[in-house]
Design a protein around this ligand. Structure first.
Ligand SMILES: N[C@@H](CCC(=O)N[C@@H](CS)C(=O)NCC(=O)O)C(=O)O
Length: 205
């Protein structure tokens, strides 16, 4: 498939890393051609611009960018409104650290559970760990509308794709996780979040 828009994004409609970038695009109100990539069947054009053939990959004229955090930060700088990182260096660094922690503590678990090659028995422990970890951090969501912030940030853009997938991850959060469940209700109802969803993602809930 050819890229006709100036801005295009190779995206797997079911992939949580691709979802991060689609949320940023929707929050910024930026229109991009979303090119669906089925796992394991990367188009030749994608391999040409990204040696890993990974998604998400963003194309902006001659620029090809991959790694979701690199893409998200580029979009935030290229389309500054609304800003998705705080202004001050300390707060920016803290946001980046939170994104790193989401990656290290949770993304590995999510990827193992969702990997079609994982045996059901290999999903049990990561599922338990993720459920307990999310329940444990739930009080952090009580005081602010967004994750430790009064404003939407890239941290939310990393977290929401995981939370949206809880039903397909086989995770039901317990009642004590109410602050996190309320956060999910608030965020999932946002117009930009709804606009970010692919057809496959709509079917996940
Ligand atoms: N760390 C990467 C993860 C992206 C990633 O692993 N993408 C997978 C899909 S979940 C992919 O494109 N795999 C195809 C491949 O590597 O051949 C990011 O944040 O963008």
């Amino acid at each position: 498939m050819g890229v006709t828009n100036r801005l295009a994004c190779y995206s797997d409609p079911a992939d949580h890393y691709s979802h991060r970038v689609r949320i940023v695009l929707a929050e910024k109100g930026v229109s991009a051609e979303i090119i669906d990539v089925v796992a394991g069947r990367q188009p030749a054009k994608l391999i040409e611009v990204n040696p890993y053939g990974s998604v998400p990959t963003l194309i902006d004229r001659d620029l090809a960018l991959y790694e979701s955090t690199v893409v998200m930060e580029y979009l935030d700088e290229r389309y500054p409104h609304p800003p998705l990182l705080p202004v001050y260096p300390v707060a920016r660094a803290n946001s980046r650290l939170l994104m790193h922690r989401i990656q290290r503590d949770w993304c590995g678990l999510v990827d193992t559970i969702l990997d079609p090659r994982s045996k059901e028995s290999a999903r049990v422990q990561p599922r338990k760990e993720l459920r307990e970890s999310l329940t444990g951090v739930s009080p952090l969501f009580a005081d602010k509308p967004f994750f430790l912030s009064d404003e939407q940030s890239l941290v939310d853009c990393c977290l929401l794709p995981i939370l949206w997938r809880l039903p397909i991850l086989g995770i039901e959060l317990p009642r004590p996780a109410k602050p996190l469940l309320d956060y999910m209700d608030r965020q999932f109802a946002r117009e930009a979040f709804q606009a970010s969803l692919s057809a496959a993602e709509r079917e996940m809930r």
